[in-house]
Design a binder for this molecule. Sequence first.
Ligand SMILES: [Zn+2]
Ligand SMILES: [Zn+2]
Length: 399
Amino acid sequence: MKTIDEIERVHGDLTALRRDIHAHPELAFQETRTSTLVAERLRGWGLEVHTGLGKTGVVGVLRAGSGKKTIGLRADMDALPMPEHNRFAHKSTISGRMHGCGHDGHTTMLLGAAQYLSTHRDFDGTVVFIFQPAEEGGNAGARAMMQDGLFDRFPCDAVFGIHNMPGMPVNQFGFRAGPTMASSNRWDIVIKGVGGHAAQPHASVDPIIVAADMVHALQTVISRSKNPLDQAVLSITQIHAGDAYNVIPGEAVLRGTVRTYTVEALDKIEADMRRIVTTLPQVYGGTGELDFVRAYPPLVNWENETAFAAQVAEDAFGAKNVLRDMPPFMGAEDFSFFLEAIPGTYLFLGNGDGGHRLESYHGMGPCQLHNPNYDFNDALLPVGATYWVKLVQAFLSKA
Ligand SMILES: [Zn+2]
Ligand SMILES: [Zn+2]
């Protein structure tokens, strides 16, 4: 494990910066304080700075030598609409908002790398630093930046992202080629029957009976219709109908989510759901409609870029700190939009088990993402920043 000495020397500054961002969390597309802070730092280090991509996104461009290659490095800046239960000095100053996913740390690690690289310029080519808004909650800040021309204005040969991973040992890197995170999709089903008096069911079409049947029928999409080798989840998370003891309602609503690792599996599941939703109610004399919204596509890491990035981590931090075949997980991440457009990989950096913040856990167990007692581990700041620098130096190596 070897971080860059010069980055270690600013560990205190990076920690203060990370905690400042943590104390001032901002929600999707409202990251004005954070993006102003990012833009000011980048300008101060002599980078070319572009603001307003995806509303609050910031891009910093740094060139060295005459190389034609370009690497994109991405950090996310947004916080979550959730309360923070930590009691430390840098806890959120805004009630109901929290950096519960460590994007404060991601932003700071990338700034640490920009600071070092701007001073040394020991690479040959162009680095595009991408600070994106609105990763959380299906807001798709990554897509918003692309719609504002991110990769047209700043074409990148490859793009890389990092997420911290609680439960993984501190300083351990995790890589995986291929499908790594799930697609995230939400859906609404409206079942229409015929409302009436609860004592006269023969004069109505009861949508609650249809809904009850549909709950079971939808489970067969996963258990019977999909290839068992494709991993997928279908969860019904809401069911609403009726307001009175003696009224058969005219309508029932079901809502939920579907997660898959491939677009093919998703296409199949959506089609199977649509068939059930439109035909099953007819058995009872009702009708059904499905509104299926694809929020984030599956995150699929590119083979070559993953191998390249893993090698950089091994060279810098030793093979024992690098997992090359990290298990996939069902969370979703909008970096997947970038990886649909250009090659790259999304890697994970262990955040530890929360022992670095023992005072904040109240015996509640390990530090989980989106937990009100979560905190980014400041020990990672020089590790992540060093990794970014090494990746740039390897990708844009001087001949
Ligand atoms: Zn998150
Ligand atoms: Zn996150």
